[in-house]
Design a protein around this ligand. Structure first.
Ligand SMILES: NC(=O)c1ccc[n+]([C@@H]2O[C@H](COP(=O)([O-])OP(=O)(O)OC[C@H]3O[C@@H](n4cnc5c(N)ncnc54)[C@H](O)[C@@H]3O)[C@@H](O)[C@H]2O)c1
Length: 413
């Protein structure tokens, strides 16, 4: 069976490699030729667990990478769906990908959309393009939306073990697509309509954004009350039906700050809570900077060392990172900021090495990578110029600091 995966990025690459590894003939298509060449010549060191090895094997087996699609039994679309300047979904890449496969479509083909999309996109935007070629959906060509729910860092495991939602344009579409996923998915597979599957994906990420916003409000209120927000959340979660997430310095990454807008932009009247949650989470970096600045006033020309630039712990991903935003705000205010993040590389921050923060008189911990809480922490600290530690991660829950260190957990006050 031939499979053509379009968009060989965070989602498409592991998907293509996995499918090749279980025996499918896979054509991985991406418009970025330079990137494909680097993948083929192993010039990119992929951060995703086990992916370098799997890509190696897949390229030696049944995976071909190219810039153009070709005939296949199944087409899987994994192209980006970013926001435009008005925070509305930009479907350009998705539509270009669909247009690029139209000349190769044949009776019996399956088309699966895995990119995150607004409700009704599959039926109202994609389906007519296929019908215009004379195919009847559900009889000649099978079309379904199947959201991807993987966690970067654990994608290869989750591609197999996560539960799947298959939203077919017709029942026949769902049935055909289910029989494909059954070949490699070990989680539950649920079939439904395309609209429900589209909405499910957006609801999942909006739910997470809203609950984090609630935790962030709890944090701010506890700060006003001058009580410990960690303890409030910990004890509230002892209730059998309460399960609050952690508060934090903001929400980043590729999904949570974006997907809620796929609902808000089309249904503003019925998504006020989602919209408010977005604003609360977006407000966090500035809120954190105001906390930090209260301490910076203690020194003339403070030298600031930041630990952690990625959007969350143990990832190299800096997309929409609140930590990066905090750095940008501090730099725009004229502060001397240096950064250390052992996982982040390849961007314009030439200060990513530890040496850059050694002379800091404030050490601000924004992300608690495991790297930081290993034995090295005290060693690294001892190399620094006895900084005042401003912690936004509750790092002392995981390590004991040397006694002579001046330490403040900024979340607690
Ligand atoms: N990254 C995640 O964790 C995650 C999780 C769930 C869902 N998603 C969704 O999956 C989709 C893909 O996300 P991603 O993170 O893999 O994106 P990405 O930016 O990492 O990769 C997308 C790739 O598609 C390529 N591309 C663009 N237009 C193309 C076209 N017409 N034909 C072929 N290739 C094309 C780009 O060059 C890029 O390499 C998005 O809709 C995203 O919302 C992502």
């Amino acid at each position: 069976m031939k499979i053509c995966v379009l968009g060989i990025g965070f989602i498409g690459l592991p998907t293509a490699c996995l499918l090749a590894s279980v025996g499918f003939h896979v054509l991985g298509v991406d418009i970025n030729e330079d990137y494909l060449n680097k993948l083929k010549s192993k010039k990119i060191k992929l951060k995703e667990k086990n992916l370098n090895e799997l890509l190696d094997k897949a390229l030696n087996k049944t995976l071909i990478l190219d810039t153009k699609p070709n005939k296949a039994d199944i087409f899987i679309i994994c192209t980006p769906t970013p926001l435009d300047k008005d925070n509305s979904p930009d479907l350009t890449y998705l539509i270009e990908a669909i247009n690029s496969i139209l000349p190769y479509l044949e009776k019996g083909n399956i088309i699966i959309i895995e990119s995150t999309i607004p409700p009704k996109t599959t039926r109202e935007i994609i389906k007519p393009k296929i019908e215009d070629l004379g195919f009847k959906i559900g009889r000649d060509v099978y079309l379904a939306y199947c959201p991807e729910r993987v966690l970067p860092g654990n994608i290869l495991y989750e591609l197999i073990h996560n539960n799947r939602i298959i939203g077919g344009c017709t029942e026949n579409c769902s049935k055909m697509v289910k029989s494909f996923y059954e070949k490699f998915v070990e989680g539950e597979i649920h079939t439904t309509t395309a609209e429900i599957a589209e909405m499910v994906k957006l609801v999942e990420n909006s739910y997470r954004d809203v609950t984090i916003a609630f935790a962030n409000e709890v944090l701010k209120t506890c700060n006003e009350l001058n009580i410990n927000p960690y303890e409030v959340i910990f004890l509230a979660n002892k209730h059998p039906r309460v399960n609050l997430p952690d508060f934090g310095i903001g929400v980043g990454g590729h999904c949570l700050p974006i997907d809620p807008y796929f609902i808000i932009s089309s249904f503003p009247k019925t998504s006020k809570l989602i919209s408010t949650a977005r604003k609360i989470n977006d407000s966090m970096p500035r809120f954190i900077v105001s906390k930090i600045e209260k301490f910076l006033a203690r020194k003339d020309n403070p030298k600031i060392g930041i630990w952690g630039l990625s959007y969350k712990k143990n990832t190299s991903d800096i997309r929409n990172s609140p930590s990066l935003e905090i750095v940008n705000i501090l730099q725009a205010k004229g502060y001397n900021v240096k950064i250390y993040d052992p996982l982040v590389e390849g961007i314009n921050y030439d200060k990513i090495k530890f040496e850059s923060v050694m002379a800091s008189n404030f050490l601000i911990i924004l992300v608690d990578h495991d790297e930081f809480i290993k034995e090295d922490f005290k060693e690294l600290l001892s190399l620094m110029d006895t900084p005042i530690i401003l912690d936004l991660t509750n790092i002392t829950e995981k390590i004991t600091l040397p006694e002579d260190v001046e330490y403040y957990n900024l979340m607690k006050s």
